[in-house]
Design a protein around this ligand. Sequence first.
Ligand code: G
Ligand code: MN
Length: 246
Amino acid sequence: MTRRRPLFEECDVCARLYVQPIEPLEPGLPSGGEALARFFTRDGDAVDLRRILGLAKLTGRQIDVDSWALEGVASLLRANTQRPDFLSVNVTATTLLNQEYSQHLQEVCAEPEIASRLWLEVTESESLAPVGRVLDLIGTLRQAGVRLALDDLGAGHMSLAVLRDIDADVIKIDGALIKGLARSQRAQIIVKTIVDLAHRLGAHIVAEWIETNEDLASAKELGADFGQGYLFGRPTPADRPFICQT
Ligand code: G
Ligand code: MN
């Protein structure tokens, strides 16, 4: 399917795909990364992602960023057949409901070597109501080998009801609960409870925002399966030349 030019490019904003490592904390688990879109003016000044998403929302073009990132991640996986083991791409539940996006996703997942290395990271900053309506799509994608990750548990709108309704492979604990973990017994109790809950539901845990060795040691001790954060690496440009040509 030919995709139309993303709105941000029409506005002379260039997007670049960055990747931040997601590292295993247990032996035998894969190592990969989360893809993150970053935006720049023609002069190279950074543009806040929220401004791009705000504009996209106002103009009904919410899928542009998610679709662009999906395309970028698929290209990266195609170009790098060995490493990383997987790449995670963000999508909101609202975008998953969009027919154009879900078709794009199904096209990408028709390639087994891509589907088996793709994590779909569902973020939801608005209403979670649509989630129930995407269960069929999620089921099909998981059968194709895609891993489903729920982003930011413990903050915003990612609620326990979502854990009940969606059979996720991975649950990401929001960084707000991980930063300073080693110094907060209360945070440790909460994180341990979430880890046990996830494991009982058959999901792996990613601890986000690990910035210090102390927090890493705590996350490991509490049973987190993967870690992500500045200690492992900041988001860095993916090696594919993603900057638009205009
Ligand atoms: O919501 P989501 O998990 O997709 O957000 C990822 C964001 O978190 C990225 O913008 C990334 O730059 C930021 N981030 C990643 N690691 C760290 C960290 O160790 N500390 C802080 N403060 N932010 C981080
Ligand atoms: Mn994310």
